[in-house]
Design a protein around this ligand. Structure first.
Ligand SMILES: *Cc1c(COP(=O)(O)O)cnc(C)c1O
Length: 414
C-alpha cells in the first residue's frame, strides 16, 4: 500500500482505551455528523479514470466497492483494532467467516493446525471437517494441558488456535505459554476472544498474533446482528486477508458494522456490569443443593482461577455454566431431563443459544451448540447432559436467581 492512506480521526497522542472506544474511526464527513455515519452504498464514485486505476491497483487507499472497502466498516475495524491493541483489523460477515478467512488466508494443502478440543462447536466442524477437505489437517488437544500442545507440533504446523475462556466449560488457556510454543514452531497463534472481549482480555499483550471475534456477541452486546473480525498485523491484513476478502467476499454489511461500532462504545461498562452479575449468580449457584458443579473463572473453585484473574483483568466474564444433579441417580437421561426442567421453568431468561446479549440467555449445550458433535467428541469436550449454560445479561440478579430457583426447587427426583 502506498503512503496515500485514508486519514484517521485527529486524536491526541496516547489517547486511552475508554476514549478510543467512543472516538476512534474515520474523520466526520463534510457535514460534520457527531454520531458515525452509516454509508449504505455498494460502490464509490471515482473522480477520474486514472485515479480509479491507481485505486484498483492498490497504489492509493480509497473506497471502491463495499465487498472490501466501506467507511462504516472501516470505522468498526479501526475501533476494534485500537481496543485490541492490534495494528490492523478486517471485518467479516460472521464470527465463523472470520475463522474461514483465517484459514483461507494462512493455510494451504499439507499444512497442519493445532486446536483446542474445547473451542466453539462450529469451529471444531470448520477445522475438523471443512478444512480437512482441502488437505489441512488439525490435531485437537487439551485446552489447559500445555504439554499436549507442544507434543502436537509437527514440522508443517502453521497455526495454533485457542479460545479462552471456552464455551460452555469456561476453561482458560495460558495464552503466553501457547505463544511461546507457536514462536518456537514458527507458527501463528490465533485466539478467539469472543468470551472476554478486549474490555477484559487483550490476547496480543500475551503474544497472540491474531485475535478472532464474533461481533455477534459482546461487541454488539444487544443481540441484534451477526458480525465478525480478525485483528492482526498490517502485513497479514493487507497481504493475506484482503486479497481473499476481495476474491471471496465474506464481507460485513455496513449496517451491521454500524450497529457493532456503536456497541463498542458501551462495551467496557457492559462487560464490567455483566461480569459482576455473573459472579454473584455463580456464587449463588454453588450454594444450591440441586447443583452438582459450577463452571465460572471468577470462582475460587475454578481450576484456572488464578490464571483467569491475571489474564482477564480480574474478571470472570459473563458466562456461567453448571451441572444439575441427576446423573448419579438416574444416568445421562435423567440429567438431561433435569436440565430441561430447569430451563423450561424460567420466565425471564431467553431460551436461546446466543450469548453476549443484555438479555440473559439460557441453553442446554449438549443438544444445541454442541448437538452436531458425536457423543465421543462431546465427551472429549466435557459437555454432559446435565449441563446448563447461562450467559448473564443486565437484569437484576435477584430476578435471575428466582428464575433458576423455580426449576431447581421442583426437581422431583432429588
Ligand atoms: C458465536 C461464536 C463464534 C461464531 O460467531 P458467529 O458470529 O455466530 O458466526 C465463534 N466463536 C465463539 C467463541 C462463539 O461464541
Amino acid at each position: 500500500m502506498s503512503d496515500k492512506r485514508i486519514p484517521r480521526v485527529d486524536l491526541p497522542e496516547g489517547t486511552r482505551l475508554d476514549t478510543l472506544a467512543v472516538r476512534e474511526g474515520l474523520p466526520a464527513s463534510p457535514w460534520g455528523e457527531n454520531s458515525e455515519a452509516l454509508f449504505l452504498t455498494s460502490s464509490f464514485r471515482q473522480p477520474d479514470a486514472a485515479t480509479a486505476a491507481a485505486r484498483f491497483a492498490n497504489e492509493e487507499e480509497a473506497f471502491i466497492y463495499s465487498r472490501f472497502t466501506n467507511p462504516t466498516v472501516m470505522m468498526f475495524e479501526r475501533r476494534l483494532a485500537a481496543l485490541e491493541g492490534a495494528p490492523a483489523c478486517i471485518a467479516t460477515s460472521s464470527g465463523m467467516s472470520a475463522i474461514l478467512l483465517l484459514g483461507m488466508g494462512l493455510l494451504k494443502a499439507g499444512d497442519h493446525v493445532v486446536c483446542s478440543q474445547s473451542v466453539f462447536g462450529s469451529t471444531i466442524m470448520l477445522f475438523g471437517r471443512e478444512f480437512a477437505k482441502f488437505g489441512v489437517e488439525t490435531s485437537f488437544v487439551s485446552q489447559t494441558d500445555v504439554a499436549q500442545w507442544r507434543a502436537a507440533i509437527r514440522p508443517n504446523t502453521k497455526l495454533l488456535f485457542a479460545e479462552s475462556p471456552t464455551n460452555p466449560l469456561t476453561e482458560v488457556c495460558d495464552i503466553a505459554a501457547l505463544s511461546a510454543i507457536a514462536k518456537q514452531a514458527g507458527a501463528w497463534l490465533a485466539v478467539d476472544n469472543c468470551f472476554c472481549s478486549p474490555a477484559l482480555q487483550r490476547p496480543m499483550e500475551y503474544g497472540a498474533d491474531l485475535v478472532i471475534h464474533s461481533g455477534t456477541k459482546y461487541l454488539d452486546g444487544q443481540g441484534r446482528v451477526i458480525a465478525g473480525a480478525i485483528c492482526a498485523s498490517e502485513a497479514l491484513v493487507d497481504e493475506r486477508f484482503m486479497p481473499v476478502m476481495r476474491s471471496a467476499g465474506m464481507s460485513l454489511s455496513p449496517f451491521n458494522a454500524w450497529v457493532v461500532l456503536k456497541g463498542l462504545e458501551t462495551l467496557a461498562i457492559r462487560m464490567e456490569a455483566q461480569s459482576r452479575r455473573a459472579l454473584e449468580l455463580a456464587r449463588w449457584l454453588e450454594a444450591q443443593p440441586q447443583v452438582e458443579r459450577v463452571y465460572y473463572p471468577g470462582l475460587e473453585s475454578h481450576p484456572q482461577h488464578a490464571l483467569a484473574m491475571a489474564q482477564q483483568s480480574g474478571c470472570g466474564g459473563a458466562v456461567v455454566s453448571f451441572i444439575v444433579r441427576g446423573a448419579a441417580e438416574g444416568g445421562a437421561a435423567q440429567a438431561r431431563q433435569n436440565a430441561f426442567h430447569v430451563i423450561d421453568h424460567t420466565r425471564v431468561c431467553s431460551i436461546t443459544a446466543n450469548l453476549g446479549d443484555t438479555k440473559t440467555t439460557i441453553t442446554h449445550p449438549a443438544s444445541t451448540s454442541h448437538g452436531r458433535l458425536s457423543e465421543e467428541q462431546r465427551q472429549a469436550a466435557g459437555i454432559t447432559q446435565g449441563m446448563i449454560r447461562v450467559a448473564v445479561g443486565l437484569e437484576d440478579v435477584r430476578d435471575l436467581q428466582a428464575d433458576l430457583q423455580r426449576g431447581l426447587s421442583t426437581l422431583s427426583m432429588l
